[in-house]
Design a protein around this ligand. Structure first.
Ligand code: GDP
Ligand code: MN
Length: 382
């Protein structure tokens, strides 16, 4: 789950990371009140989950109430890369000497945490990675060992962060790592991490992605669900408890098991198509689950064909087939289904489908995953 900047900053503050005093505001009047409380000058910042808000005009400095009114009025309702601004964050403005970049993520391949640190912050890190890759220090951290101040300081030295910012940076890195681990983040990023003329180091922006699998440990995360940004498809999937991720393609995907679902996306791509979603119905592919899955996929206007890819292990082929037949009687699908059914009791399952009286234009069975992908992609492209 992605947090808004203001939520990320409040999360940072719990782990002792210095951020500017401020408040959120949904109206111009609230923005003025927040500015008065924070103290002028202030910065008015659009709260949308997309980068480059500054360039898009979503971040403005204000010296008095009139300027806050002007900027908050312009920013609230603004569309930034398809995200409409419903809320601003107003904080006391900082003087900036330098802008750095710091983040922690999980490097799954290395099975370690990864610190990325650069003295070139404030711009997109992808741009730095392209123009000057050596300007980014990457340090793997063994989660059992953790990160101490000395190691963090050395990383800052390696990143060519100047002497007077080293202690402040090391201190924040250790706290940010605490936020990342104890706070159960998938990503904890500060861009820019600023050096003030006073010598203090400070988080000016916050990008936090929480690991939803850890939600059971964090009852306090419930407040974030209220503002979680999901597209309509994902909202519908969530109400059905489905493991669904919306994508931009035209082939709707249903598979059992996350690994098979990912392979299904790959094979669709491989034969020249594009997936509309990831959807793992898990082991219990009964009629209710199948109907819910088809309902969510049917809701997606981009879907031109549906590829159901089932390999039965514990899941039994005849159960899947019954589920599909019943689901089809409940949901009126716009797109045709191509199914590849294999594994436990697959023959029985195929027989049930063949005898269910469903026209070939609505459902066809293919013997292999590749054949089914080709067929689904061809249907989507017609
Ligand atoms: P992003 O563009 O969406 O990543 O938003 P940021 O919060 O990172 O802000 C973008 C830029 O706005 C920063 O890199 C700063 O240069 C500038 N900015 C943000 N807050 C302040 C502030 O308090 N004072 C000053 N002088 N500039 C700020
Ligand atoms: Mn930023």
């Amino acid at each position: 789950m992605d947090l808004f900047e203001y939520q990320g900053k409040q999360y940072f503050a719990r782990f002792g990371i210095p951020v500017s005093p401020g408040d959120k505001a949904d109206t111009v009047d609230e923005a003025v009140a927040a500015a008065e409380a924070a103290g002028y000058p202030v910065v008015v910042k659009a709260q949308v989950q997309v980068g480059g808000r500054g360039k898009a005009g979503g971040i403005k400095l204000a010296d008095n109430a009139d300027e806050v009114r002007l900027h908050a009025g312009n920013i609230l309702g603004m569309d930034i890369k398809g995200h409409v601004v419903h809320r601003v964050w107003v904080e006391h403005a900082s003087d900036i000497d330098e802008e750095y970049y710091a983040s922690f993520t999980l490097d799954r391949a290395a099975k370690k945490h990864l610190l990325m640190l650069s003295a070139q912050g404030g711009v997109e890190i992808e741009a730095v990675a392209e123009s000057d890759p050596d300007a980014i220090v990457k340090l793997h951290i063994d989660p059992v060992v953790g990160l101490d101040v000395a190691t963090a300081r050395q990383a800052a030295v390696d990143a060519k962060i100047p002497e007077r910012a080293l202690d402040g940076t090391a201190d924040i890195l250790v706290k940010l790592y605490g936020c990342f681990t104890d706070g159960d983040c998938d990503l904890a990023e500060i861009n820019p991490l600023i050096l003030k003329p006073t010598g203090e180091v400070h988080a000016l922006d916050a990008k936090v992605t929480l690991d939803s699998n850890a939600a059971f440990r964090h009852p306090e995360w419930a407040e974030y669900s209220a503002t979680e940004v999901l597209d309509e498809r994902e909202q519908l999937a969530k109400t059905h408890d489905l493991q669904y991720i919306g994508l931009d393609g035209t082939v709707g995907i249903i598979a059992n098991g996350a690994g098979l679902a990912m392979s299904t996306l790959d094979v669709v791509n491989q034969v020249g198509g594009s997936a509309a979603n990831f959807l793992d119905i898990g082991g219990g592919a009964n009629a209710d689950v199948m109907a819910a899955a088809l309902e969510v996929i049917n809701f997606d206007q981009n879907v031109k064909s549906i590829f159901i890819n089932i390999f039965g292990g514990i899941t039994r082929g005849e159960e899947v087939a019954k589920g599909i037949v019943e689901a089809l009687s409940r949901v009126d699908l716009r797109a045709p289904i191509v199914i590849r059914l294999d594994g436990t009791n697959a023959d029985q399952g195929r027989e049930i489908l063949a005898n269910a009286g469903i026209p070939e234009s609505k459902l066809r069975s293919e013997p292999t995953m590749l054949a089914a992908a080709r067929s689904a992609v061809a249907l989507a492209q017609n």
